[in-house]
Design a protein around this ligand. Sequence first.
Ligand SMILES: [Ca+2]
Ligand SMILES: [Ca+2]
Length: 267
Amino acid sequence: MKRFVSLFIVIIMVFTCSVCASARLVGDVNSDSKVNSLDALLILRKSVGFNDGANEKYMDANGDGRINSLDALTVLMIAVGSYEGDLEVEDELVTSYKAQIVDPILATGEFTITTEVESEGTVVTAEIMVNGKDMCVNTASKGVTLRMLHLSGKTYLVIPMEMLLSKGIYGEVDKEMDVSIGSPAKVTYIKSERVKVDGVEYICESYRQTDGTISYYYFKDGKWVFLGSEEDGVMELREITAFKKGVDSSCFSLSGYREADLSGLLG
Ligand SMILES: [Ca+2]
Ligand SMILES: [Ca+2]
């Protein structure tokens, strides 16, 4: 039982970085989410010909199209709180990937995402549907399709084949559901980079969530293909096999279902 609860939580975590605008801090040249003298130094070094590998497009802090000591000064003013301009701006790279491909579909509030999750050594396909504040997660294990349904604030475990449902005993999942649907964590854009996975190159955008965890969105040929998360320095990649607008509304109905104790069946 515990196993399934944690599996559903893993699946649901896909949504903790939901529909938030991506922004970056003006002057944060090295993308460490702080604006300080190190950023100013990187700008000064760039202005005299050094290249430290920091992102040049973030160096023009005053937005006059040139990278020079005025930008370093702007950064220092930001660092000491005496700058009066915008401290956050939308990021262009984000606009071209997550903001273009992922966010518009999330923003409709009605979408289906198919992902693969590893559980007990086997790969389980999970289909997640979000319909406003309701959510349905379909997954198959040992030949049985299981459904976690979050409907009008209540969570049910459902076995569609048997028309059975069980409710009110999944407190842990309820909590995660509330977090992910009700108040999506605010995310902060960190950076975009080219990364290789098994020799194939992807564009990867990283975002920091309010709880400090980092999510990685991988794109290839205009498609969102992986969602990564980092825990204890280990990157875990989940494959996004499909992502589209709309849901199968029949999955959100409990009409004709009867209540049963499903904990024995799943244990
Ligand atoms: Ca910085
Ligand atoms: Ca400038």
